[in-house]
Design a protein around this ligand. Sequence first.
Ligand code: SF4
Length: 572
Amino acid sequence: MSLSSTLDGAAPETQLQEPHRPTVGFVSLGCPKNLVDSEVMMGLLHRGGAQLTPKAEDAEILVINTCSFIESAKQESVDTILEMVQHKIGNGGKAKRLIVAGCLVERYRDEIIKNIPEVDAVVGTGELEAILEAAGLNRPAQTEQNSPFAILTTAQIDRHASSVNQHSRPEGNGPQLAHELGAPGPSHLGTRDEAATTSRPEGDAREAAGRFSRESWDGATAALPNYLYSDETPRILTTPRASAYIKIAEGCDHPCSFCIIPQLRGKFRSRPIASIVAEAKSLIAQGVREITLIGQDTTCYGEDLPKQEFPGAPFMTRSHRDMSGVEGAGPATILRRPELADLLDALAPLEGLKWLRFLYAYPNKITTRLLETIAKHDTIAKYLDVPLQHASANVLRRMKRGGSADRFLQIIEKARKIVPNLVLRTSFIVGFPGETEADFEELLAFVQAAQIDWLGVFSYSDEEGAGAFDLDQKVPKRTIESRRRKLMKLQQKISTKARKQWIGRELDILVEGESEETELLWQGRSIDQAPEIDGKVLINDFGPHEVLVPGTFYRAEITESHDYDVVARILE
Ligand code: SF4
């Protein structure tokens, strides 16, 4: 009660003063997996009593969720931290607390604290709930009005688009909270989903072989992150309305020698189907119509989950017959671990869902059943994102991935046969140590033969801690860049030709809003284009509409094509 309110005759003592709700500004860098972590941290902060602001100058607490995938991503993370330092009270700004979260913390925890004294706390990727303590907020009990999901598309600080947003692969995650805050270690912070999972034998074997070792890292703890969010974790969506990501698994057990993600994110672990379905239903109830499933490797989904009963095969397999000696139909139910196909079967029929897709498939995990599942549901995009990384068997062996151009062409042929009109996306790394001119020519020949719809090319980046760091025969930077340009030029030709075929097509497009490139056009996507990474449908004619509503589906006709984008007019 304030003195002035009593004198004014206003309601007395019983009137409680509204608690101060600190303003939080959030910057999320890196890939969609990091974005989901940001959305979870924003949800936790919001439920903890904070209000979010898109203006850095208005924020009392600033959070930067960083990426440390490759050198340029690390540099962007550091630059962004230094940019936000300018908004601290001591520098004439309003911010009282500056928190650094994410992958950079996993690798350089001590260095960040030591070299950037303005940073008040660090939060690793395996301890997202520690953001509350880092922000000086308590962890409140969940109330009715605190629904797990909220859509707040302006939650992130308004900045130029992240230059690393185009990763078609993951980056890392990691463990703990700032030492000075005395926060509990990562294992204290798991959610309901975590309890249901176990490790895979591959993960255990690779851990024993040192795959996940972080001991030499600056400030990293030996303990691997094991956090998984659940359908009950609050989350604030920052993606354009109608579209959302769901992270179905975390971590990775693969041995790829160029990648430090397993050290950053920990061993592979999946969320139970029921939790993902519950999250999808909540999102749909909030107006989401397009769901994109993500994880470091979505095709390993379920391999760590407990076995459960599924409807049996309609036909008796040879092994069933041999075991039982009985002829006829297969068993009514079978006990096995869930697979990605089961998850897709559970999600695809959800009422209100229009488009469903998954990203980041591992080539040798694309099963016939998975392809048949994509083919049989109308809501599932006929779209396969499979980062192949290279096509030369020699390079793939050194990358510790395996496979070859011939094997990949067989997989693609089979996928296109089972899923007619399948759209393919992939990414390659050029300049991996030991990549010869002949290896690169083989990659070019593969790309020419495979005619892939969407393709990203990364220049090899030497990362300390990755297996490839110690490999000899490093390729000079200039050669790497010239190979990257050459491959992109080839893909540009393939893409230009393919986009021409789109002219005259009528299709549904999801309108996103004004074009990022010009105010004169609007932009949207067809089901054949994943959010953020593929080409766009630019709209120059609204047809019968005065205005278009972002997040709405419209019927459109493609009228022009460019190298990667197409132009459309709205029909209805
Ligand atoms: S599959 Fe390979 S490249 Fe992808 S996250 Fe796992 S280790 Fe890294």
